[in-house]
Design a protein around this ligand. Sequence first.
Ligand SMILES: [Zn+2]
Length: 113
Amino acid sequence: MKKPLVEHCDRLHIRDVKAAIPQNAVEVTLEVGAQTICVVGKITNLGNGYRYFFVCSRCERLYETLYRADLGWFKCRNCIGLVYCSTRKKQVELGQYEYGQRINHQGDSRLQA
Ligand SMILES: [Zn+2]
């Protein structure tokens, strides 16, 4: 199956919701459309405030950016299985993949064009 490209997904960055996070909150749940997303605050290395991260609803790891493909739930890019356009292009150049499919070296007419 073809993996979605980062460039084709909705992206939600933590700065997009910063206004909704109360100052010095340690944990907040935000309503984003129909989805409830948990945000946690981590004290910065300088100890002068909090840095906020989304908690991926699937793997529960912390991310500054979540993605959504086909109007599904926002998840981290690992859980959605996103690849960057540049990564796929590199694979094509190396002759490993063509639009997400392995090249058939026996001669596949679809790939000759
Ligand atoms: Zn995840």
